[in-house]
Design a protein around this ligand. Structure first.
Ligand code: HEM
Length: 194
């Protein structure tokens, strides 16, 4: 073989070698994607559902549902407390219904909030949010179940309850709480309408 064709062959091997290396790169050297908040809260690992032990639930979804339900309990206590600046007017439609024994819509709210947080923080296909968008859900003209528009102080109070509810459910890592608060803050503009 002439020197020239040997060189050409060598070059071909080197180039195709590089190509193979770069094709395989994905498996080895890919920069790891940051874990989603859903994953950090337990992700898709299936566990027995404490509310219904014959069923399984993803741990990420269970974490959100537990925090949501504790938040609802704290809001009910806030409303019943009747103190100045409470969230009574906002939640009046749903609470008067629940207090008279009809808890169907509280259960729907719990499911919708759980779907909303799970679907928006990396939960997979098992978590689909089908409720209203955040502007419509918090505008009494579009959602009569929202008793009154909320302002910044109401919103701060709501975030405080979510933080307290997270603590009650063992979510205490400050970094994780910081991520949850960041998600909540990103929704302030569409929700605060007064
Ligand atoms: C991070 C903050 C918040 C998020 C992510 C959020 C999310 C949601 C979602 C997903 C729904 C369900 C909508 C539907 O069923 O179609 C909802 C409903 C509602 N939200 Fe919020 N919300 C937040 C803050 C607030 C605040 C600050 C208030 C009042 C002070 C409030 C009061 C309500 C009320 C009264 C409803 C209607 C409940 C019902 O239909 O039964 N929310 N919210």
């Amino acid at each position: 073989m002439k020197n020239f064709s040997k060189l050409a062959l060598m070059a071909l091997f080197i180039v195709s070698g590089l190509f193979v290396v770069s094709c395989n790169d994905d498996d080895d050297d890919r920069v790891a994607e940051p874990a989603s908040l859903y994953a950090k809260l337990g992700g898709t690992t299936l566990v027995s559902d404490p509310n219904n032990p014959s069923q399984m639930i993803e741990q990420g979804r269970l974490s959100y549902r537990s925090v949501v339900d504790s938040t609802i309990t704290l809001i009910v206590a806030d409303v019943l407390d009747g103190a100045e600046g409470n969230l009574g007017e906002h939640f009046a439609p749903i609470l008067s219904e629940a207090l008279s024994g009809n808890t169907t819509n509280v259960a729907i709210l719990s499911k919708n909030l759980t779907d909303f947080f799970s679907a928006n923080t990396g939960g997979g296909a098992t978590n689909v949010y089908t409720g209203m968008n955040m502007v419509a859900a918090h505008d009494p003209a579009q959602n009569p179940r929202m008793g009154r528009k909320s302002n910044d102080a109401n919103y701060d109070k709501f975030i405080g309850y979510v933080g307290a509810a997270a603590g009650l459910n063992g979510v205490t890592d400050p970094e994780l709480i910081g991520e949850v608060v960041a998600v909540l803050e990103s929704l302030r503009a569409p929700i605060v309408q007064e």
